[in-house]
Structure formats: C-alpha cells, structure tokens
Design a protein around this ligand. Sequence first.
Ligand code: NAP
Length: 253
Amino acid sequence: MTESPSRVAIVTGAGRGIGAAVARRLASDGFAVALADLDEAAVKAGADAITADGGRAMGVGVDVGDADSVNAAVATVADELGPPTVLVNNAGITRDNMLFKMSESDWDSVMTVHLRGSFLMSRAAQQHMTQQQWGRIINLSSTSALGNRGQANYATAKAGLQGFTKTLAIELGKFGVTANAIAPGFIETDMTAATAERVGVPFEDFKKAAAAEIPVRRVGRPADIAGVVSFLVSEDASFVSGQVIYVAGGPRA
Ligand code: NAP
C-alpha cells in the first residue's frame, strides 16, 4: 500500500451510551466518524457536537437488521466522508426473560440486531476495507457470552459474535483488516438502567451492588470501552486479531 488508508469510522448504535462515547473518542483520535443509529435525530445531534469541537462527523439513520437500510447507510457514509475503514458493531438491545417466559419475538429481535446486524454491516463495509488494504472491525460482545440468567437470547448472540469475530479475522487478515471483539462487563448506560428498572432496584443501589462484585470495585463507564476501541484501531494493534478482550474490571464481572 503506497497511500495512507482513509480514516473514516462507522459506529452503530452511536445515539447514546457506549456507541456515543466511542464515536467521540474516534473523532478525537482524528477519524471522520459516521454515527449510525435507529434514532437519526440523536446521531445528528451527536455529530453536530463533534463538529462543534473541531472534529469531522455525520449522523446517519440505520436499522442494522435491515439489509437495504444498511447498504444505503454505508453507501452514504462512503459518499460523504470517504470509504469507511473502521466499523464498530455496537448497536444492541436486550429482551431479557427466563427461558420459560421468553417469546419467539424476544429471541428473534435480539438475534436480528446483534448477529444479523453485525453481519450485514460488516459485509457492506468490508468491500471498502479490502479495497484500501486496511481495516478494523470491532464487535461488541459481553461477559454475558459466558452465560447469564434471564438472557438466553442475549448470551447466545454475544457468544455468536465471538465466533463471527474470529472468522472475520481469518478471512480478512490478508487484506490488512483485523477483527476483534470487546466483551464489556457492567457499564453504566441506559441499557443497565433499564435492567435495574426491570428487576425493581433503584439504579444507584443496582450499581453499588454490581461494584461490590467487581474486583476493581467500580462499575464501568462508556469511556472505558472507548479507550480499548481506540487501541484496537491503532497501528499498535495491527498484530492483534481474532481476540476477545474482556473489559470488566476483572476476569469476569
Ligand atoms: P444502549 O445505551 O441501549 O444503546 C444502544 C444503542 O443501539 C441505542 O442508541 C439504540 O438506538 C441502538 N440500536 C438498537 N437497535 C438498533 C438497530 N436495529 N439499528 C441501529 N441502532 C440500534 O446500550 P449500551 O449499553 O451503550 O450498549 C452498547 C453495546 O454494548 C450493545 O451491543 C450492548 O449489548 C453492549 N454491552 C453493553 C453492556 C453494558 O453494561 N451497558 C455490557 C456488555 C455489552 P435507539 O436509542 O433508537 O433504540
């Protein structure tokens, strides 16, 4: 490769939480960032805030489970910012329930967003990465991949993403593309706030109880994940591929 690769990143689910923090971090690392989310208004506001801080960003509406929507969003990003060479598959939902109460739609929606969504986004983005002979794909797994009560659907999807990541690493390595997964433990976001609400515990108490079980004695923040993404997309990480990095304040939170 003679020319420098395009420094354009797409972060899905960037409307809030971990995705929003990752988008801000990649912008401050010098990437032009496309914030992609179902909530187009949220990502447009997030992109405006990054631009106001001197970065380059755009917001794009996408439903990651829908192939037409994904292909259109990736094409728009390529037209407006340049070929995307970094993809962070972060969009996610939970539909928690014990197995005996879990509906087909609880199962299917979680599979669609996490697994089909990461597949569709990666398939659409890889053509730009392989053309550039450089790329980085980061998939958001979870400590729930190791098994978690009430999350048969989510745990399965997050474990599936680990196999997906390793396979992308094998297929795309010869094009200069690495693929890695980050498996967060408890991170303070709307997602964990919703879990607290579902189990009927005030969020502050829920966080305190979680922190007591975590070796570093605190819950995670979105910036903890953004820092690891920043490393994985850097040149320093060019020999790291197909790995699952648990970011959980301990070996398993
Ligand atoms: P969050 O606050 O709930 O944010 C998730 C974002 O994904 C939302 O902006 C949501 O958009 C978007 N999204 C959902 N479905 C989508 C779709 N079909 N297409 C496009 N965007 C979609 O979640 P978070 O806590 O930041 O989590 C981010 C990722 O980390 C997820 O993959 C999650 O599973 C994973 N994770 C989180 C934790 C944690 O403790 N928080 C731990 C382990 C792993 P709307 O607002 O429009 O719904």
